[in-house]
Design a protein around this ligand. Structure first.
Ligand SMILES: C[S@@+](CC[C@H](N)C(=O)[O-])C[C@H]1O[C@@H](n2cnc3c(N)ncnc32)[C@H](O)[C@@H]1O
Length: 171
């Protein structure tokens, strides 16, 4: 019983599992100045941690996770899945009205991520993190994103998963 509770705690409340890895968080802390603005696709445990240092705009489809953790620094957009990805019209409006110093792609859950419409990101100049690039579809999408939009990927492998830091070329 205790083992099951511990496994459950690990999945829900700690880095890794559903959330970004601890090393991803550390990398962000070391490379993104305090107070910067992060636009994340997919909200969860690490959102709370990021909010201690950054302003966060969350795009989240699941009402259960579309919650505000810090009213001053946190803006949450509940954006439903439409045709296999977040509603593109809503994301377009968010892109037009909010700027970001970093974009974190960690949603939607599971397979939906392979439907990310790359051209929607054509004006993005800030770094983009793709989480879960150990998964083949996420890896392929990240490579396609970098090739089409002129980003260079730096891939990090950890015990649990891989993630990729993508930087716009000739910025
Ligand atoms: C990979 S999670 C995103 C997690 C978030 N970026 C983080 O690092 O904590 C992808 C989606 O799963 C859902 N989710 C978030 N945390 C979860 C959890 N602990 N258990 C189950 N689903 C979760 C949310 O709908 C979220 O958009």
């Amino acid at each position: 019983m205790l083992r099951i509770i511990n496994q459950l705690k690990q999945k829900v409340f700690v880095f890794g599992g559903y959330s970004i890895d601890k090393t991803t968080f550390k990398f962000i802390r070391e490379n993104l100045p305090e107070g910067s603005r992060i636009l994340e696709f997919g909200s969860g445990y690490s959102t709370k941690k990021l909010l201690k240092h950054y302003k966060v705009i969350s795009i989240e489809d699941n009402p259960r996770w579309a919650k505000v953790y810090n009213s001053k620094r946190h803006k949450v957009f509940h954006v439903p899945i439409t045709n296999g990805w977040y509603n593109v019209n809503m994301v377009e409006i968010i892109f037009k009205t909010r700027y970001a110093d970093l974009i974190l792609i960690d949603g939607p859950i599971g397979e939906f991520r392979k439907n990310l419409p790359i051209l929607l990101f054509k004006d993005v100049k800030c770094p983009v993190i793709f989480d879960d690039t150990n998964r083949i579809d996420d890896f392929k999408k990240m490579i396609e994103f970098c090739n089409k939009l002129g980003f260079t990927p730096m891939i990090f492998h950890n015990k649990q998963k891989s993630w990729t830091w993508c930087i716009k070329d000739n910025k």
